[in-house]
Design a protein around this ligand. Sequence first.
Ligand SMILES: NC(=O)c1ccc[n+]([C@@H]2O[C@H](COP(=O)([O-])OP(=O)(O)OC[C@H]3O[C@@H](n4cnc5c(N)ncnc54)[C@H](O)[C@@H]3O)[C@@H](O)[C@H]2O)c1
Length: 253
Amino acid sequence: MSGPLQDRVVVVTGAGQGIGRAHALAIAAAGATVLIAERDASRGEAVAEEVEAAGGRAEARRVDVTSHDEIAAVASSWIEAYGRIDGLVNNAALFSTITMRPFWEIPVTEWDDVLAVNVRGPWAVTAALLPGLRASGSASVVNIGSDAVWLGRPGYLHYVVSKAGVAGMTHSMAHELGGEGIRVNTVSPGPVYTEIERGTVTAEQKAAMRSAQALPRDAGPEDITGPVVFLLSDAAGFVTGQTLHVDGGLIHR
Ligand SMILES: NC(=O)c1ccc[n+]([C@@H]2O[C@H](COP(=O)([O-])OP(=O)(O)OC[C@H]3O[C@@H](n4cnc5c(N)ncnc54)[C@H](O)[C@@H]3O)[C@@H](O)[C@H]2O)c1
């Protein structure tokens, strides 16, 4: 496989299903070796096999992004094995399993879990991989945010707050790492429909968001992968600290 990520080494978290799986396939198709960090070991392995069956290179490891120990162990073994990390896609999140409910009914344990995976996770994974990112010379981190922040979507306040945190983290990380030539951006999708059924959008909300988009069609994972590959590549060499809304024109900021 060859393309804009030729011979790069790129870590994707939460690549066992949905949009993360699509990122793994697209990043490998663009020429990179994909390192999958996924809490569900068998799903991560299955996607690595899928990448290899398509002619790409991939390796999967079981990682829970809320576990500092697991992150540290995998990060140091990958940095030792590959010598550098050229790209990181912080995609893992509690999302499709969330139950929609008014914010005053969210259990406190669920609030803490969502914040731990969706905000502490990208921070901890990026920090653990920094020695590898520094060794790259042209490293790029892409954090996956969500337009739910700008839409003020009701029903999952902990998720909205977590993705607002991701947007803020991106901008600050970009400033802290820019002097070392490491870029950090957020890709913020609107609603994206994957193979996974979920309860985070009702049929009415789905129709309303589709008709509010400038491009009034449903998005699939393949609509998100191209912008992520672009931000990982040298073509985006002067792009950092940005939130790129990939939403068919749903919001305008
Ligand atoms: N699908 C959408 O409409 C949409 C819209 C905007 C943003 N997003 C974001 O895009 C990303 C992918 O979305 P999706 O629809 O594929 O979600 P998903 O819920 O289908 O998949 C999430 C993946 O993350 C993994 N994961 C969860 N917790 C983990 C942990 N602690 N450690 C490691 N892996 C963990 C899961 O096992 C799963 O493979 C997420 O960051 C999500 O918030 C999705």
